[in-house]
Design a binder for this molecule. Structure first.
Ligand code: DAH
Length: 352
């Protein structure tokens, strides 16, 4: 099949025209993305200049080198043009970005909302502080506790009905999430050399959840082991604590009760700190408010810890920290505690 030769002048004109079009388009591109798109249109695999190359076949053999040279020259020129323009656009884009993102170091900082000490933490620190003045040292224990220390060492053997008083979260057959802070001191009975006074405090866990109970709450216990300890020592200590914590003039009273690890045992009430005894909704008009339990450490608990009884005797008392915070600050829903809402927490800022 014979081909009609393309005259040289026409070919050159075509190449020149594509080159001129490409140069114009490259110059007109205002972003690197647009520039790249122009490059593809002219220099890409199916670009206009590439298409011209396909004319090669129609050109007489002897003219092909000249033709190839023209196309290559156009290609090189356009590629150089492309690179130059890309540099210009990169610089322009950078300038624009710098203007938009200028950092004014003299501007005032965006105000950050400040947190506030949690009321439960406040009460915890205050309780520890008051007792440290009486020579009590803070002692902590594990949250995952063995059944032995949580129950057995405190005179609650397996199947003891008292275990039902505490809705227990079991971790496995032999471990529980501690249901009270008492195992901290039953461990201390084994470890410490009497006489000693300790505060055991921290998080405890029970399967309970309503307006006045959380599954994760906090307890605080004071324990004193010494010679010749009596209920009078216990009463004196708790009365001192109540006055220091809620304010002078509040009375403390004991009501007989039962705990497996103390004998005798008592429930502790104090004058309602809100109405100071005259009757209000917090104390249900009784003038008294229940704050915890106490008693003299049971001889069996001493025996379990291999401490000689009655040479060594002791008392223990325990309060709920969350409950103390509720009474102290007049909070009506315990479920506000774990939410950590700043609007709630900020109300306690600056309070004692
Ligand atoms: N461990 C008890 C409980 O969680 C509270 C308690 C009662 C602690 C009497 C004591 C105590 O130290 O003497 O129910």
């Amino acid at each position: 099949m014979s081909q009609t030769p393309v005259p040289q002048t026409k070919v050159k004109g075509l190449i020149e025209e594509i080159k001129a079009q490409a140069a114009l388009a490259l110059q007109g591109a205002t972003s690197r993305k647009a520039l790249y798109e122009v490059k593809v249109v002219f220099l890409g695999k199916h670009g206009k200049l590439t298409e011209v190359m396909k004319e090669m076949a129609k050109i007489p053999k002897e003219e092909r080198p000249q033709f190839g040279q023209w196309v290559n020259e156009a290609k090189t020129a356009l590629e150089e043009f492309y690179l130059r323009r890309e540099k210009e656009l990169t610089a322009q884009e950078l300038d624009r970005q710098m203007q938009v993102e200028t950092l004014d170091l003299t501007l005032p900082a965006v105000p950050r909302e400040l947190g506030s000490e949690h009321p439960v933490d406040k009460v915890y620190s205050e309780m520890v502080k008051i007792l440290s003045r009486l020579g009590y040292a803070l002692k902590l224990g594990p949250h995952i506790e063995s059944e032995f220390y949580n129950f057995e060492s405190l005179n609650m053997p397996a199947h003891h009905p008292a275990r039902d008083m505490q809705d227990t979260f079991f971790v496995d057959d032999q471990h529980v999430l501690r249901t009270h802070t008492s195992p901290v001191w039953s461990r201390a009975l084994e470890q410490e050399k009497p006489p000693f006074r300790i505060v055991s405090a921290g998080a405890v866990f029970r399967c309970d959840n309503d307006i006045s109970h959380l599954p994760h709450f906090h307890q605080f216990e004071g324990v004193c082991v010494d010679e010749k300890i009596s209920m009078a020592d216990l009463k004196g200590t708790i009365s001192f604590f109540v006055r220091e914590f809620f304010g002078a003039g509040l009375k403390t009273r004991f009501r007989p009760s039962f705990f497996p690890f103390t004998e005798p045992s008592a429930e502790v009430d104090c004058t309602c700190p809100v109405c100071r005894g005259s009757g209000c909704s917090l104390c249900k008009q009784s003038g008294w408010i229940e704050i915890g339990g106490c008693g003299l450490i049971h001889p069996k608990v001493f025996a379990m810890a291999h401490l000689e009884y009655p040479r060594w005797q002791g008392f223990a008392w325990g309060f709920g920290i969350d409950r103390m915070a509720i009474i102290k600050y007049g909070i009506d829903d315990i479920r506000l505690f774990p939410e950590n809402d700043l609007r709630f927490l900020q109300q306690f800022r600056g309070l004692p």
